[in-house]
Design a protein. Structure first.
Length: 221
């Protein structure tokens, strides 16, 4: 079964480039394109893609607001948004993650890396580099104290879910967590899935954000 991908960018050449990179791949299918955020939201409602590749800077409605609208709509819970950016530490990347994005991709990504990234996100995993994880840490270190809501949600997690969520927030993948705790990757995945359901996280990226918001992971320093 192919992964269905939608594209949103205000530059037609960029959209054509990404479409070309995703074409001629048996398990990937581009189902539509949009030139601004408003059209992107409409496209997602119409086509229900597995992954939406979303530019940030677009006219009328920008990519952050479009991401927020998509991720806030329970009818679109199966759609994963990936932000397209020119620089890894773009000032808007974190805002997009807070809006519900599952991660980000650089626009100059290599073709095979793009295809692999789309598959990773479609499978429910996050695209967070170490530098973006550091940005999460720094933001929450400087931010307000954790809310009663996040503390309450944190209390619903089991001790094992606490442990695995914290390790995921430190950037470890399922295989690394399994090795650390001497359990199977499938067991790790089960705990991650249960933790996401309990705290209302759409995917692993949102679970990482929650880990910092709730105080489960305390920024160093």
């Amino acid at each position: 079964m192919s992964v269905r991908v939608a594209l949103a960018d205000d530059q037609s050449l960029v959209r054509a480039g990404f479409r070309a990179l995703l074409a001629h791949t048996a398990d990937l299918e581009v189902v539509g394109e949009a030139a601004d955020g408003k059209a992107a939201v409409e496209l997602v409602h119409r086509t229900r893609p597995d992954v939406m590749l979303m530019d940030i800077r677009m006219p009328e409605v920008d990519g952050i607001e479009a991401t927020r609208r998509i991720c806030a709509d329970s009818a679109l819970a199966g759609v994963r948004v990936v932000v397209l950016t020119t620089f890894e530490l773009d000032e808007y990347v974190f805002a997009a993650l807070r809006a519900g994005a599952s991660g980000f991709l650089l626009k100059d990504i290599e073709p095979e890396d793009l295809r692999a990234a789309v598959r990773v996100v479609a499978a429910g995993n996050a695209l967070l580099s170490p530098s973006v994880t550091r940005m999460l840490i720094e933001t929450f270190a400087a931010g307000p104290a954790r809310s009663a809501v996040t503390v309450g949600l944190l209390a619903t997690l089991t001790d094992r879910e606490h442990e695995i969520t914290a390790l995921a927030a430190h950037g470890m993948d399922n295989a690394a967590i399994a090795g650390r705790l001497v359990i199977s990757p499938a067991t790790v995945k089960t705990h991650i899935t249960r933790a996401m359901a309990k705290v209302g996280a759409r995917d692993r990226a949102q679970l990482v954000v929650f880990a910092y918001q709730s105080g489960l992971v305390v920024p160093p320093g």
